[in-house]
Design a protein around this ligand. Structure first.
Ligand code: SIM
Length: 405
């Protein structure tokens, strides 16, 4: 694995990588920082494990945990109508297309309320604009400014693309979940995450965009001459538009955090140590939360044009569903992810997984150079997923099986 990454670094195609993994008991520990990063001054510095990474969509796991903590408090539920907390969601209609002239949207009323479970599993009917043509067109015509900064409810003012619960599409569902958390707690999503996820794990180096704390700015991988506003361009593939257009904390993509801290969160869920959530809540994250229709729609998306990104490394046709927080494998893929692996990623360059069957979790963050080489990033993420599994199996083998001794 190290060879693949070092070759890519030597070729100048990537600048470095942060690779962290551990097992349920915390006995297997693999933490590597490779290559170097460039400061805003242009000075180069060896990559460190506590360098501050842009998480992009890997933020979604934190918004998931924060909203499940509110479910445990009783201030939110997974399956009840959210109209009283988010009337903007309740008023959304389903966009089925445009009338002949191509400018009049065809809308149908929603058949049922959107629930938190749907928001967390991308089955609410919401869609990112870059994932659906109709939404992209509606956004162009009716979406309002795409340059000024806007709140979640204002920026994602799009209609739904299917009836709530009846489909699957990658969406701002977690941005909305983050807003629900803010409305029921009266605190920002960042404050909720600091107090209820970071503090219990001794994490001090996380912050939502824009990162203002100087002790973090000096360690930001994404603050450099190519990205002077630290938008995370080298993670999302160049534009970084998602951070240009936001006001407040976006649970779908706004978090910055070191890899060495990210692994602590993954480990807490793998070990089910109740530091963040009750064991029953974590068990529920590793269940498939898609309806039969949403499963079909999810499989269609996985074999569609964006499938290479939405499959997060799993094989085309593999038996997978969607849990709370990420894609969920429902069978073992020989040689790497076991059954009930929850996994997602960030931008084009970061991947994380929690493999319940094999008792292994990991986060792999490729530090790409711009322009991002998408295929190279995809192959390096796959090298990480497969090789860390092999390293762990080999390590377990060497230790021998305590039961045998
Ligand atoms: O900024 O308007 O940034 O590369 O999703 O991390 C824009 C466009 C946007 C371009 C991004 C889109 C990356 C998406 C896409 C589809 C599926 C994904 C699955 C990954 C995570 C990643 C990608 C290729 C993100 C977003 C990016 C802002 C959505 C937060 C597991």
């Amino acid at each position: 694995m190290e060879q693949s990454f070092n070759d890519a670094i030597a070729s100048g195609k990537i600048n470095g990588a942060v690779l962290c993994a551990t097992d349920t008991s915390g006995s297997f520990v693999f933490n590597k920082a490779l290559g170097e990063r460039t400061l805003i001054s242009g000075e180069k510095r060896p990559q460190q494990l506590d360098d501050v990474l842009y998480l992009a969509s890997a933020t979604k796991l934190f918004a998931t945990i924060a909203s499940l903590q509110c479910v445990e408090d009783g201030s939110l539920t997974l399956d009840e109508d959210l109209s009283s907390i988010a009337p903007e969601l309740a008023s959304k209609q389903v966009l089925t297309g445009f009338a002949g002239d191509g400018t009049t949207p065809l809308l149908e009323p929603a058949a049922r309320p959107i629930t938190l479970e749907m928001l967390l599993s991308h089955s609410s009917g919401l869609s990112y604009h870059f994932m659906n043509q109709n939404v992209a067109l509606w956004r162009e015509k009716f979406g309002g400014s795409q340059t000024e900064r806007r709140t979640v409810e204002d920026l994602f003012n799009y209609p739904l693309v299917f009836q709530p619960g009846e489909g699957w599409m990658y969406s701002p569902g977690l941005d909305w979940a983050g807003r629900l958390v803010e409305r029921v707690t009266g605190c920002s999503l960042g404050e909720n995450i600091q107090r209820r996820i970071f503090d219990p794990l001794g994490i001090t180096d996380g912050q939502f965009y824009p990162v203002t704390r100087n002790e973090l700015r000096t360690r930001m991988v994404d603050l450099n001459p190519d990205d002077p506003d630290a938008l995370g361009k080298a993670v999302v593939g160049g534009g970084g538009d998602m951070n240009k257009r936001t006001i407040g904390d976006f649970g779908g993509h706004g978090l910055f955090l070191p890899g060495i801290d990210f692994i602590k969160v993954l480990h807490s869920l793998l070990a089910n140590d109740e530091k963040l959530l009750k064991t029953g809540t974590v068990d529920n994250m590793f269940e498939n939360h898609l309806s039969p229709q949403a499963i079909k729609s999810h499989q269609a998306a996985l074999s569609g044009p964006a499938g290479v990104f939405l499959r997060v490394g799993t094989e085309l046709g593999a038996n997978v569903g969607y849990g709370l927080g990420g894609l969920l494998t429902l069978e073992e893929s020989y040689g790497w992810h076991g059954d009930r692996t929850l996994t997602w990623g960030g931008g084009l360059t970061l991947t994380w997984f929690i493999d319940r069957q094999n008792g292994l979790c990991g986060v792999g963050a490729v530090q790409a150079a711009l322009p991002v080489q998408v295929e190279l990033s995809a192959s390096l993420k796959q090298v990480f997923r497969l090789d860390i599994h092999n390293k762990y199996m080999a390590w377990k083998g060497q230790r021998g099986n305590p039961e045998k001794e």
